[in-house]
Design a protein around this ligand. Structure first.
Ligand SMILES: Nc1ccn([C@@H]2O[C@H](COP(=O)(O)OP(=O)(O)OP(=O)(O)O)[C@@H](O)[C@H]2O)c(=O)n1
Ligand SMILES: C[C@](O)(CO)[C@H](O)COP(=O)(O)O
Length: 228
């Protein structure tokens, strides 16, 4: 089965408050995006990457590819106004049916095991969304009041959100709505059931400055385990 990873890195990183978008910041001397791309290329030899970048940063993206990767396996396209529009731009580059991973470029600590798990589940069921349990207590806000909810009924959603292209392509024909914060919400609106798989605690989304510090530590830990 053909495999595509749409790596969305078309955002500007407002919450990171850095002049350079966070996907290009360095972790152990290499850009965040380097780690994300490397893990997908290592996961499957026949996987193709569609890299979605802010229009003004395509040269910076090309430099990363030239320096570290086989450019035959990676295509670049421009991002859109929101993550939804960036994914839509990426989907335009699919040239065959296959399994499509949609992954946040800034979740650079995922493992090949997670990619394999998502692939197997999506192949069998059409979709695979990685999730992790909630560690804190959770409350539901409603107007001025709030109430506790059972935390074992809640999970945190990660990427790669993985689908058969025959599901994802028609689902993304829908008009954009603000609640479409991920692909699962789009596919659900299309009327399909979402299948969950176990995610990874280290698969954090670099969103704020503290996440970059955490990612650096987690990377050091992963590298020292790998070298033992
Ligand atoms: N128009 C957009 C917005 C986001 N993304 C990507 O979607 C992923 C998750 O989004 P987020 O963490 O919100 O990134 P930003 O939009 O860059 O950050 P912020 O919301 O703080 O501005 C990131 O890899 C980001 O580059 C994208 O491809 N196109
Ligand atoms: C797709 C996602 O990472 C799943 O948790 C998340 O919804 C992205 O949200 P953001 O506000 O665009 O960072």
């Amino acid at each position: 089965m053909k495999k595509y990873a749409i790596i969305v890195a078309g955002g500007v990183g407002t919450r990171m408050e850095s002049a350079t978008p966070k996907q290009f910041l360095l972790l152990h001397d290499k850009p965040v995006l380097y780690y994300t791309i490397r893990t997908f290329l290592e996961a499957y030899d026949d996987l193709k990457i569609i890299l979605v970048l802010p229009e003004d940063y395509t040269d910076m993206g090309r430099e990363i590819i030239d320096a570290y990767f086989d450019y035959n396996r990676i295509q670049i396209t421009a991002g859109g106004e929101t993550r939804f529009h960036s994914v839509k731009n990426g989907l335009r580059l699919l040239d065959e049916d296959g399994i499509v991973f949609v992954h946040d470029g800034v979740r650079c600590l995922l493992t090949t095991e997670l990619i394999h798990r998502c692939y197997e589940k999506a192949l069998e069921n059409g979709s695979a969304i990685p999730v992790v349990p909630v560690k804190d207590s959770v409350r539901l806000l409603s107007g001025e009041s709030n109430e506790a909810i059972e935390r074992n009924r809640v999970v945190l959603v990660q990427t790669p959100q993985t689908f058969h292209s025959r599901i994802l392509l028609p689902a993304f024909e829908i008009d954009y709505k603000e609640r479409f914060t991920d692909e699962a919400s789009v596919v659900e609106s299309f009327g399909l059931k979402i299948e969950l798989v176990g995610g990874e605690e280290n698969n954090i989304k670099i969103t704020r400055p503290i996440d970059l510090v955490a990612a650096e530590s987690l990377l050091s830990m992963a590298q020292s385990l790998h070298n033992d």
